[in-house]
Design a protein around this ligand. Structure first.
Ligand SMILES: Nc1ncnc2c1ncn2[C@@H]1O[C@H](COP(=O)(O)OP(=O)(O)OP(=O)(O)O)[C@@H](O)[C@H]1O
Ligand SMILES: [Mg+2]
Length: 194
């Protein structure tokens, strides 16, 4: 099993949105997929029933090593919960979504510190809610580069289909082909690094 944990101490950057869309992509490709909602706000738990072919598993089961899946995606909270280090200890790949603003990049420091203190072997930053090519400026990229975490080539655009993706069984249940392509590329890029 490969475990991918989505984390970012800043709220509202797309952790839950990317977790559910990546889970649905891997499931669509025929993998046995599980998701874990490590955020006590439980927004992923609330919609888990609607996600086709994806099993919801508890933090307790994950930490007990009782998950039977090929891919496990863990959605985390924007607070440094006590389980986070334990979850990172069993993580193969950490995905850090960040919005392309200078202050957003600066706010990654807390997450980068947590990640550095863990033993996660591979990680990547994904730019999310990118409005257009020019919105990712040099100063943002320079700031992100300081954290010494690879920046993924795939960028996720700001699209209504992502906002609605909890209701449509992911962007694959919408007719937004650009969003579908972005999620496919992101999943393949992560898979390549795993
Ligand atoms: N690429 C995108 N395009 C448009 N809207 C997006 C995109 N990514 C996320 N959103 C929207 O931004 C909001 C925050 O996203 P989401 O809940 O996934 O963030 P989060 O990091 O899980 O937040 P929290 O830290 O509170 O758990 C949601 O309304 C979501 O629909
Ligand atoms: Mg969330």
């Amino acid at each position: 099993m490969k475990t991918i944990t989505i984390l970012q101490q800043k709220g509202g950057v797309g952790k839950t949105t990317l977790t559910l869309n990546l889970a649905l992509f891997f499931a669509k490709e025929g993998a046995k997929v599980a998701i874990c909602d490590a955020d006590s706000q439980g927004s992923l738990t609330d919609i888990a029933d609607m996600l086709e072919g994806v099993d919801l598993v508890s933090v307790e089961r994950v930490l007990a090593g009782q998950v039977d899946a090929q891919v496990l995606l863990i959605d985390t909270s924007p607070r440094n919960d006590i389980e986070l280090p334990k979850l990172l200890a069993i993580t193969d790949y950490a995905l850090l979504p960040v919005r392309p603003g200078y202050l957003d990049a600066l706010a990654m420091k807390a997450t980068a510190t947590i990640l550095k203190a863990s033993s996660v072997p591979k990680s990547g930053i994904v730019l999310n809610q990118v409005q257009h090519r020019n919105s990712v400026t040099r100063d943002v990229l320079d700031m992100l580069a300081k954290f010494d975490i690879p920046i993924l080539m795939t960028r996720i655009g700001q699209r209504v289909s992502y906002t609605r993706s909890a209701m449509t069984n992911g962007v694959f249940g919408s007719d937004d082909e650009k969003a579908q392509q972005e999620i496919s590329l992101l999943a393949m890029e992560i898979h390549y690094h795993l």
